[in-house]
Design a protein. Structure first.
Length: 317
């Protein structure tokens, strides 16, 4: 709970509180000691190593269509239950505003996602993302990856957290957030400063939070993945000029499907991604891959940073 950290009468409560609620999970990052693994194709491997940037896919284009609705359905269910427990006309109006915004599905600034697994050699990941053994599993140092170092971008534009699979844990997170939002509404109403415009602003902030939180919620049926995600928007605020700037949305093909993505340009100039090891799918020649990766790091003049290579233990046909 976060009641002691914020003033519920502060008209900027939503921005301050929701920013804190959706920031990357420092506790989880601190507790996790291993690498995180990003499964990719041969084309993805070369793109990541040569450009030293990860690609983040627009959320609505992810492989599993059920992800789009699972988190939002749960979010609105928990909010409805919280509001029903109060029987307040202002909250009823707030709920209608939230539901109307969700129905309009306004995604002018959608979220983009990059996924990782705690497991470096997982059959489902090889089949889903590692081109059935022709791809690679890249092991990133989480603590280095989570230290955004670019000086011109606010950290709040990027979020890194583990995915939550337990439904009760998901509901408890949402309940805590909604209780504080409801207390904020009650406080403004009591002080006579809750305008229609302010209530609409709170509803809009709530929907933004629901969308972001839902990206980190998945059904328990996927829990073997032990997934983490980096999530960003395709815009950021330049801390020097304080202007909103757009990340360029690019496009790639997966089969015949066109997929929008952005490059995660989060490290300072000339920094290399903290890739510590690469697991090679069994359909590759490890000697050839070793030579290719050596060439790439030699081009950067960083031979000492060449990741450790090892073969996958999962035979795929």
């Amino acid at each position: 709970m976060y009641q002691t950290k914020y003033d519920f009468a502060d008209e900027d409560f939503c921005w301050k509180y929701l920013t804190n609620e959706t920031f990357h999970n420092e506790k989880a990052i601190k507790q996790y000691n291993g690498n995180l693994y990003h499964y990719t194709t041969p084309q993805g491997l070369i793109g990541i190593l040569e450009n030293q940037k990860l690609w983040a896919t627009e959320f609505s284009f992810l492989n599993d269509a059920s992800e789009l609705s699972y988190g939002m359905n749960l979010s609105i269910e928990v909010l409805e239950n919280e509001i029903c427990s109060h029987a307040n006309t202002i909250l009823d109006k707030y709920l209608l505003l939230v539901e109307d915004l969700i129905k309009k599905k306004k995604d002018i600034n959608p979220y983009f996602v990059t996924s990782f697994s705690e497991y470096k050699d997982l059959l489902s990941q090889w089949k889903g993302y590692g081109q059935n053994g022709q791809g690679f599993s890249l092991g990133f140092d989480l603590k280095e990856l989570s230290r955004w170092k670019r000086k011109d971008i606010l950290d709040v534009n990027y979020y890194i957290q583990p995915v939550i699979y337990n439904c009760e844990e998901q509901k408890n997170e949402l309940k805590n957030i909604y209780k504080n939002l409801i207390e904020h509404i009650f406080t403004l109403e009591t002080k006579g400063i809750l305008t229609d415009e302010k209530l609409e602003e709170i509803a809009s902030s709530s929907v933004a939070l629901m969308k972001l939180k839902s990206i980190f919620f998945k059904s328990e049926f996927f829990q073997e993945e032990k997934e983490w995600r980096i999530v960003c928007r395709n815009f950021y605020r330049n801390v020097t000029t304080w202007e909103l700037e757009q990340e360029k949305v690019k496009f790639r093909f997966i089969g015949s499907k066109i997929i929008p993505y952005v490059e995660l340009d989060i490290l300072p100039e000339k920094s290399l991604l903290p890739i510590k090891e690469i697991i090679i799918g069994t359909k590759n020649n490890i000697d050839e891959i070793n030579k290719i990766i050596s060439y790439i790091y030699t081009n950067f003049g960083q031979q000492k940073l060449i990741p450790e290579l090892e073969y996958s233990n999962i035979p795929l046909r």
